[in-house]
Design a protein around this ligand. Structure first.
Ligand SMILES: NC(=O)c1ccc[n+]([C@@H]2O[C@H](COP(=O)([O-])OP(=O)(O)OC[C@H]3O[C@@H](n4cnc5c(N)ncnc54)[C@H](O)[C@@H]3O)[C@@H](O)[C@H]2O)c1
Length: 242
């Protein structure tokens, strides 16, 4: 029997690179998964919408619980990367980055926790970033937003452990997904050769594949992580931010 047999999960950003791998990992472990994304996801149930729409986001945990018969797991994975120094960023960049990367996880945790508390158990995993814990250059909005998610995780991890709810975060370094590949496209670089040179910068010899992150999310959702509350797990192949 899978380690998440019978569990019901909501995963945001379920159509993206890491999100798709999380959906598959949770399903393979026996969970039923509701996927939330603007794009169509391959979850058991798709709850499509835009996370910048507060009413949609506030209602997602309840919608997932209604569809699945309860909610045991929330994975706040959706996110965007906003590049450029502070003098190159606009008000719209600030508002959009904070709405998707910070406000949506805030709203989803706020709505999911009472459902989990009523059931006496639950697991929330936030996908932050190494860049939120050790900020790198040229991405002020992204590092701020991911630092906020990391702090939210640490605070909620303490606040809700007493209700049987574990809140933790995974903090990846570079992962081979559309998010990182589009950055190379924008700069006019060939994504495959840019990734080959990035691979050489990682002590383990390659940047992460989405499954490397999904397996850690699965661990944090499972009973194997039963004593972890408010942890920030860096998944970086030995590569520091820089
Ligand atoms: N790829 C990396 O190198 C990397 C590194 C560290 C952390 N992360 C984090 O991992 C998470 C997933 O990233 P990814 O690389 O899979 O990115 P991705 O771009 O492949 O996927 C992100 C998904 O989120 C969805 N999304 C974005 N804005 C949305 C909105 N407003 N409403 C609904 N859905 C929305 C997109 O449609 C997409 O399917 C993000 O939080 C990201 O910050 C990624």
């Amino acid at each position: 029997m899978g380690e998440l047999q019978g569990k019901r999960a909501l995963v945001t950003g379920a159509a993206g690179g890491i999100g798709r791998a999380i959906v598959v990992a949770l399903q393979n472990a026996g969970a039923t998964v509701a996927g939330a994304d603007m794009a169509e996801s391959a979850a058991d149930i798709h709850l499509g919408g835009d996370l910048t729409n507060a009413a949609y986001t506030d209602g997602l945990p309840d919608a997932a619980a209604q569809a699945l018969g309860g909610l045991d797991i929330l994975v706040n994975n959706a996110g965007i990367i906003t590049r450029g120094r502070i003098t190159e960023t606009t008000d719209a960049d600030f508002t959009r980055t904070m709405a998707i990367n910070v406000e949506a996880p805030f709203r989803l945790c706020r709505a999911a926790i009472p459902l989990m508390a009523a059931a006496g158990q639950g697991a929330i995993v936030n996908v932050a970033s190494c860049w939120g814990v050790h900020p790198g250059p040229d991405h002020p909005l992204y590092v701020m937003s991911k630092a906020a998610v990391a702090s939210l995780t640490q605070c909620l991890g303490m606040d809700h452990a007493g209700q049987g709810i574990r809140v933790n975060a995974v903090c990846p370094n570079e992962v081979n997904t559309p998010m990182i590949r589009t950055g190379f496209d924008i700069r006019g670089l060939d994504a495959d050769s840019a990734i080959a040179s990035l691979n050489a910068s990682v002590p383990l010899g390659r940047i992460a594949e989405p499954e490397d992150i999904a397996d850690v999310v699965l661990f944090l959702c499972s009973d194997k992580a039963r004593y972890l509350c408010g942890s920030l797990i860096e998944v970086n192949g030995g590569k520091p931010v820089g």
